[in-house]
Design a protein around this ligand. Structure first.
Ligand SMILES: [Zn+2]
Length: 306
């Protein structure tokens, strides 16, 4: 995702923290426990929302720092999976295999590992702050905003799809018996989202006009990325989860697998560069709603008592 889209989504995650937790989804079906869980989570959510709002002035920098300052894009912003559907009999290229189906080639990025690790670091920083004041709330909130970057990236089809990275002729680490898509598509699609976000985010005072091309009218896609906390229908689209068995790592891996499946729809196996432009608007809505939901899911997981 591009810069302003990252900022916009982090702000939406904060805005929907309280309302979104009203739709909290929980794996078990004990109704009584569930009702008290929602109340507990919403109470926590309200405090976290207030804290994050207090540090709003660093959103710009913190949400973008992983691309700009940490520069760990190829290591931790992706989780490039492939299956036997696009590359038949290619399991020998797999470094790891998930659910018996989803292979990750070497150099395919470790996004779920980064989110899991960073989430635990943030939770530890909070423990240290309470114990000896070694970490400030300022530093902790910065990390909350920074982790949003990786969570957002896990939803981007191109970030979880090996076909986004065509191998060079002498690359022996990737299968070659299937089709990759043109490497210009990644930037093109992210630009479509950025162009849709800019006019909305400027209108809501989330970003400022810094470049001439920021200040353009809404695009066909702008309506799909718009989420307003005062709109009941929009609120219903936000569905955060209580992370099953407290296992953030497997939650993130499952999410990347889901994103990979989306990539297979958007970039059809037989002709991946011929991406599905008809499906794209609906998929954009789904992706953006899921991003806002999962920002809340992970933030509240970190914020919870451990
Ligand atoms: Zn990134």
């Amino acid at each position: 995702m591009k810069h302003n889209t990252h900022i916009y989504l982090a702000v939406k995650g904060i805005e929907f923290l309280y309302e979104g937790l009203g739709n909290l989804c929980y794996a078990e079906s004990n109704r009584k426990a569930f009702a008290s869980t929602i109340t507990k989570y919403r109470r926590r959510g309200k405090t976290l929302q207030r804290m994050l709002m207090h540090y709003q002035n660093v959103i710009n920098e913190a949400t973008w720092a992983p691309d700009d300052i940490l520069n760990d894009k190829s290591q931790y912003h992706t989780f490039k999976l492939f299956t036997e559907r696009e590359f038949q009999n290619s399991s020998n290229f797999a470094k790891e295999t998930y659910k018996g189906t989803y292979h990750r080639a070497s150099g395919g990025g470790g996004l779920p590992y980064k989110v899991d690790h960073l989430a635990r670091v943030i939770s530890d920083m909070d423990k240290l702050r309470r114990y000896n004041d070694r970490c400030s709330m300022n530093q902790i909130m910065y990390q909350y905003l920074m982790i949003s970057h990786y969570i957002v990236d896990a939803h981007i089809p191109m970030h979880c799809d090996l076909r986004d990275d065509p191998p060079s002729p002498n690359d022996t680490k990737k299968p070659k018996n299937g089709l990759y898509y043109s490497d210009s598509l990644h930037g093109k699609i992210e630009q479509l989202w950025e162009d849709a976000v800019n006019p909305i985010a400027i209108g809501e005072d989330i970003i400022e006009v810094k470049r001439k091309n920021n200040d353009l009218p809404p695009t066909d896609l702008s309506q799909q990325i718009q989420f307003n906390v005062t709109n009941n229908e929009h609120c219903r689209e936000i569905k955060p989860y209580v992370i099953p068995e407290d296992n953030l790592m497997s939650y993130m891996i499952d999410l990347c697998i889901q994103t990979k499946e989306r990539a297979l729809l958007l970039f059809p196996i037989a002709a991946p560069s011929d991406w599905d432009k008809e499906l794209f608007p609906t998929m954009t809505r789904e992706i953006f709603a899921q991003i806002i939901s999962n920002l809340i899911t992970v933030w509240i997981w970190i914020w919870g008592e451990k």
